[in-house]
Structures are given as C-alpha cells and as structure tokens.
Design a protein around this ligand. Structure first.
Ligand code: PLP
Length: 277
C-alpha cells in the first residue's frame, strides 16, 4: 500500500512525520476527504476549491501547483488500485521549532492515503440516531482544519450514549453534526444551516442542494432551532462518507423520533442515480 508524502509516493511503512511538524504541535493544517466511485474521484473540483479556500483562510501557501497535487493524488489512487473508497489529503503548515508564531518561509507538508470501502448501506437504509449536545467548537468551523477536538469529543459522547452521530447546537440554533451536515424537512421544505462561520460547508451538502433543485424540492438555507428540529417531519445527515443517511431518533438535550420520509428517500434515490452517471 502506497501513501503520498510531500512530493513522493512511497510505501506506507516508509512514511514518517517530522517531530517538529506544526500539525503535531498545534493541529495547524487542513484536510479533505474525497470519495472514489468506480475508480473515479467524485466532486473532485469542489473538494479542491474548498482545500484552496481553507489554505487561504489560514495563510498557508501551497508548496507546489494545485495541478501537481491533483496529479499525485490521481497517481496514488491508481497505484493503490482503489475502485470504491476514499482518499484523505492533508496539508500542515510545515516544520518549525515549536512556537505559536509561525514563520512564512517554511514548506507545507502534504500527505495523503487511500482507503478501500463502500458506503454505509445499512445506515442509509435504516437510519441512525443522534445525540444532541451543545456545540463547543471555535468560531471558524467553515475552515476544514485538522484541529478537531470539539468534533472528536462530541462524537465520542454520542457513541457512548448509544448514538452514531452528534447533533450540535449553539444555544437553541442547530448547526451540524460532528462530521456531517444536518437537514430537516418540514411541510415538504428542506432546511439546513446557512454556510457561514458556524458550519463546514459540506461538499455533499452542496450536492444535495443541486439534487433538491433538480427534484423541485424547496430548500431554505436558514438557521433552524432545536424546537424546529424536534417538530420536523424528517431529518437526515450528509457527508462524503455517509452520502445521505436518515435520522430516526434524537436524544440528549432534545428528544424526538422521525419516520424515514419521502423527501429523504427521493434525495437518496437521486444521489444514487447521479453518482453512477
Ligand atoms: N461538517 C463537518 C464538521 C465535517 O467534518 C464534515 C465532513 O467530514 C461535514 C460537515 C460534511 O462535509 P462533506 O460533505 O464535504 O464530507
């Protein structure tokens, strides 16, 4: 199995990370997770657009052209012969003796690995339960940084409470999941949090926007409350790994049960059709 380290594709057991990597000290870096369907990356350009945006927001300058990075990733996918799976791409600010103040003359460290594996079919079919809790993350959740402690803590809590994902809310406003975006359906209309600093603008979220448009399902990118969530007709979460997964139960700070409804099923169906085109 091969991985990408800096500009080289090497065996995984030959890969190493420098002790002074700022990703290790500060979580000072960014990442993307991209799906591979049938040997081809899915929503490739969208992921790289977001990657560039995250880099820019953190004042990290690419160490090589974006085209070269894309080439390396494609080569990695081919060399690992990934048919269905994901590729993880990470870029840390670089290597420097530990200091909060970063230097601008260090070289960012790009690494990537691939993973075989399909989508969670059982969850897509039968739904999952969420554990709702206060969103304790920082105020730049729009940047896809590897600094993910708030997400990591809420995911563990959800799992410990017998749920599969967290439902985060800031006060009474529902933001997103620990590693997914959240949608509700009320009277045939979809609602999801607007893409601002409080959420990660998911690539799957963007794609569902398009699918909803094609299917003539109205969508409001509008903050909704925990009360709205409790009274929703349907709820689902989206991410690169999950695609579209129905939510059948919410526990924690709010409690509710949901049927797996027609809007969720329609979007799942549209997603399934479109990804193989
Ligand atoms: N929100 C958070 C906090 C995430 O970590 C993720 C993905 O891991 C998402 C949303 C979904 O984003 P995407 O659809 O681009 O995978």
């Amino acid at each position: 199995e091969y991985v990408l380290m800096k500009n080289h594709i090497i065996n995984r057991d030959e890969a190493y990370i420098n002790f002074d990597d700022r990703g290790y000290y500060f979580g000072d870096g960014i990442y993307e997770v991209i799906r591979i369907y049938n040997g081809s990356p899915f929503l490739w350009e969208e992921h790289f657009d977001r990657f560039l945006r995250s880099a820019e927001e953190l004042d990290i300058v690419l160490p090589q052209s974006l085209n070269k990075i894309k080439q390396n990733i494609l080569t990695l996918i081919t060399k690992n012969n990934v048919i269905n799976g994901t590729v993880y791409l990470q870029m840390t600010r670089g290597e420097q003796e530990r200091n909060h103040l970063y230097n601008r003359d260090i070289t960012p460290v790009i690494t990537a690995f691939t993973k075989e594996g399909g989508v969670p079919v059982h969850q897509q079919k039968h739904g999952i339960s969420l554990w709702s809790l206060e969103d304790i993350r920082w105020l730049r959740c729009d940047i896809k940084t590897i600094n993910l402690l708030g997400n990591v803590m809420s995911k563990r809590k959800a799992e410990d409470m017998g749920s599969q994902e967290a439902l985060l809310h800031r006060g009474h406003i529902v933001t997103e999941g620990s590693s997914s975006n959240v949608f509700i359906v009320k009277n045939g209309t979809l609602y999801t949090h607007p893409a601002n600093h409080y959420i990660l603008n998911g690539i799957t979220r963007l794609y569902v926007e398009q699918l909803a448009d094609n299917e003539h399902i109205p969508l409001q990118k509008e903050a909704f409350t925990t009360e709205d969530a409790q009274q929703a007709d349907e709820m689902f979460v989206t991410s690169t790994s999950l695609e579209i997964v129905p939510v059948t139960k919410v526990q924690g700070t709010i409690r509710s049960d949901f049927p797996i409804g027609p809007v969720t099923r329609k979007l799942q169906h549209a997603f399934e059709k479109s990804k193989t085109m």
